[in-house]
Ligand binder design. Structure first.
Ligand code: FAD
Length: 415
């Protein structure tokens, strides 16, 4: 029995060749156009031939394979020319793009989403129309690489109230605000991709009105210090930085003009949490497929592991989790496509897919036995990396509290 033959056992009424015949039981990919599937097919080819052979080695070394960055950019995934003649790329394509990346590797998905999700969202929501005209094309073609710098050493879950990086405005000598400069002081933690970014989107509290504002800080500006966070046991390929800002000067023109309070940051988080729900779904697909491959090939008691009832029960649970998660993110994408963005919707999706992800990667790791803790099979990498995804973009508890507040009208964050 091979993975391919077990996939053939799934009755498939459609003629087209499936991208996800093993993990997408209810054929969510039928929502993609042929053009979108072609772009995803090219991404698959790149991941299988260029990325996959490097993953275990770079994961173990705790380094990002920089040689993948340029070819990944050249795939033109963010707004692919062939899909965007009539407007921006559709949400369902964007979701499956993240799914495809995460199905291969969570660090690669996080790396891409740092630019295509976090930084792009910061510009889309936070920049004025004029600023967007200048920056957005460069964000899309990666000629302006940026990261999202919100979390601080002393504030993670309570960042809305706890954010303590300060921004002090110094008036210029002219009559208008153009000559004004802001001076930033503070520290940021966990910032993904900072070491290779051109600019850091830094969130800081205005000392004058106490509101949160956002600034594009040059990574190499005077007063900026970056330190790699070492010793991580998850997402080891992805680089995260501890950033210190010491009297960093930023011109008013580099302030994101539409960020005037934490409410505007919350609007960004709504979009970003949906992306992470797709990552959590993709990780499950990757772990499930790797586990299925393994139990098909490995023999014990003279038979493939996959022939044992107790192993099949675990396979069924994994597939159930992937299918539930995929159904959830596809439906959320549909809602957002209609313009319905609510905090509780993306929080629920991030919370639920991450919960299921934890179970799925644990089951995958279990059926692979001792080899499930080595990098020889992909499941150990998915198993370890899932822990970072479980915690970033709002922990389980914080997303549950967002849903709880929507259900009851009671905010239970601080008790
Ligand atoms: P804490 O806030 O200290 O929480 C610790 C635990 O306490 C959690 O279980 C939490 O749920 C629980 N807890 C806290 N408050 C409550 C409460 N009221 N009720 C119940 N339980 C509670 N941030 C960025 O700005 N940019 C990035 O690019 C970025 N990338 C990241 C990449 C990785 C790999 C990681 C691990 C983090 C990243 N983060 C980033 C930060 C991430 O968003 C935070 O780690 C996350 O918000 C949680 O904050 P914390 O780690 O400080 O945990």
């Amino acid at each position: 029995m091979s993975v391919e033959t077990s996939a053939e056992a799934v009755p498939d009424s459609v003629e087209r060749e499936r991208l996800y015949s093993v993990c997408d039981y209810y054929d969510a990919e039928s929502l993609l156009t042929d053009g979108e599937r072609r772009v995803l097919g090219r991404l698959r080819e790149f991941l299988d031939t260029q990325a996959r052979p490097l993953l275990a080695d770079y994961w173990e070394r705790g380094e990002f394979p920089d040689q993948l960055a340029r070819p990944l950019i050249e795939l033109d995934l963010m707004e692919p020319a062939e899909l965007t003649a009539d407007g921006p790329a559709r949400g369902i394509y964007q979701g499956f793009r993240i799914f495809e990346l995460a199905r291969t590797d969570a660090s690669l998905a996080t790396y891409f989403t740092a630019q295509a999700g976090l930084f792009r969202t910061a510009i889309r929501v936070g920049a004025s129309e004029e600023q967007q005209r200048e920056w957005m094309p460069k964000v899309i073609d990666f000629s302006l690489k940026g990261v999202f710098s919100l979390t601080e050493p002393e504030s993670g879950s309570d960042i809305a109230g706890g954010l303590s990086t300060t921004a002090r405005r110094e008036r210029g000598s002219g009559s208008g605000p153009e000559g004004d400069t802001w001076v930033l002081d503070g520290a940021k933690r966990w910032i993904g991709g900072a070491a290779t970014a051109d600019v850091l989107a830094v969130f800081a509290r205005d000392t004058a009105d106490g509101q949160v504002k956002a600034f594009l800080v040059d990574r190499e500006a005077e007063g900026v210090t970056l330190e790699k966070i070492r010793g991580k046991t998850a997402l080891r390929m992805m680089q995260n930085a501890h950033i210190t800002l010491d009297g960093v000067r930023v011109p008013e023109a580099r302030r994101l003009h539409n960020v005037n309070s934490f409410r505007d940051v919350a609007a960004m988080l709504r979009a970003m949490r949906s992306d992470v729900a797709w990552i959590a779904t993709g990780i499950q697909a990757g772990a499930f497929e790797a586990a299925l491959r393994y139990v098909t090939e490995r023999q014990q008691f003279g038979r493939p592991l996959g022939s044992f009832q107790l192993v099949q029960e675990k396979l069924a649970r994994m597939l159930g989790n992937v299918t539930s998660s995929l159904s959830l993110v596809v439906r959320l994408n549909d809602q957002q496509g209609k313009g319905i963005y609510r905090d509780q919707d993306s929080a629920l999706a991030k919370m639920q897919t991450s919960l299921l992800m934890r179970e799925t990667v644990a089951l995958a790791r279990e059926v692979v036995g001792g080899n499930g803790i080595t990098l020889d099979t992909d499941v150990a990498r998915f198993h370890a990396d899932a822990e970072a995804v479980y915690s970033y973009e709002g922990t389980h508890e914080i997303n549950a509290l967002i849903v709880g507040r929507a259900l009851t009208g009671e905010s239970a964050f601080a008790r």
